[in-house]
Design a protein around this ligand. Structure first.
Ligand code: NAP
Length: 289
């Protein structure tokens, strides 16, 4: 079975390519395909005729999306549409990556995990563009798996964001006397290796639809940071602050924990707790033995 991966050199794409070794892999980077250009998508997909397409490519700079709305919708919504249309034409299955940031915009603040059956209300342009992408995928490709995940960390680091949160905190902890980190945004950190393995299990089933896939448990960015530094043996103090004390261009959900309900109903939710995954990541990056 041929499996085509877009964003193959990205944070998730890199680990997907590693766990797809039993398949005939077609890894495409942004040099091989421009998903916002239908003719580029048609050309790339029809050349390889994959049975499964995993679309990780996206415009992921959440704050920049606020200023570059056209680019956000062009890549995250219309790019997803292009991929879905051509996947359907080829009779391929499509795994499309989405985000917890499709949630969080309700008037009543949420305090319990979101299931796949909750109605998304995004807060930011990034969230809106990713939700538009989900809807277009659902409309144009019958055999789809829409995978919402959150707070990704992977050894490759996010290409779009120029690294990842863990590496930034480890660097800043060495440079500064103390770190101030937001304590009122709660989410589920997720290791790209664990996510990639679960996607590979899922994509060969007939359980199409929307899936939340995150590591187990939840924390704030402050709690995440204290665990990173604790595991790395770094004693720099971490001070909790509010989102208002750390203004960012895009509004972010105060709570965007995803419940892997669809996986659980299928008996497939064996995602491990995020601190265990974090430890493995720190070992893989050589930060701890
Ligand atoms: N990172 C997170 O915390 C997070 C959380 C929830 C959901 N997600 C979703 O998970 C997916 C993977 O995220 P990631 O962290 O692996 O991102 P990433 O490291 O930035 O990887 C995305 C890849 O897509 C490529 N790309 C971007 N625009 C493209 C385009 N128009 N055409 C073709 N390729 C393009 C990028 O190449 P260049 O960088 O060279 O442009 C990059 O290699 C995304 O769909 C994202 O929305 C991410």
């Amino acid at each position: 079975m041929k499996v085509l991966v877009t964003g193959a050199n990205g944070q998730l794409g890199t680990d997907l390519c590693k766990v797809l070794r039993d398949f005939e892999l077609i890894p495409l980077t942004d040099k091989d395909i421009e998903i916002s250009d239908m003719s580029s998508v048609k050309q790339a997909f029809s050349k390889y005729k994959p049975g499964i397409i995993i679309n990780t490519a996206a415009y992921v700079r959440v704050d920049d999306c606020e200023d570059e709305k056209d680019k956000a919708f062009s890549v995250n919504a219309l790019g997803a549409r292009n991929v879905a249309v051509v996947a359907q034409e080829l009779g391929a299955r499509l795994v499309h990556l989405s985000t917890d940031y499709v949630f969080g915009g309700e008037a009543e603040p949420r305090t319990t995990p979101y299931t796949e059956f909750d109605t998304p209300v995004p807060l930011s342009i990034y969230g809106k563009s990713k939700l538009a992408g989900e809807n277009l995928v659902r409309h144009f490709c019958l055999r789809h798996f829409i995978v919402r995940t959150s707070g990704l960390f992977g050894v490759a680091g996010s290409m779009g964001k120029g690294g990842n949160f863990i590496e930034t905190m480890l660097r800043l902890a060495k440079e500064r006397d103390e770190l101030k980190v937001v304590n009122d945004q709660v989410f589920s950190p997720t290791y790209t290796v664990d996510l990639a393995r679960k996607i590979v299990q899922l994509m060969i089933t007939d359980y199409y639809g929307i899936f939340h896939i995150t590591n187990r448990g939840a924390c704030s960015w402050y709690q995440f940071t204290t665990e990173i530094l604790k595991l790395a043996g770094i004693t720099t103090p971490v001070v909790p602050i509010t989102s208002d004390q750390y203004p960012q261009k895009a509004r972010r959900p105060r709570y965007s924990v995803l419940d892997n309900s669809h996986l659980r109903l299928l008996g497939m939710d064996d995602m491990r707790p995020w601190p265990e995954a974090l430890k493995d990541y720190l070992v893989a990056r050589g930060h701890i033995a």
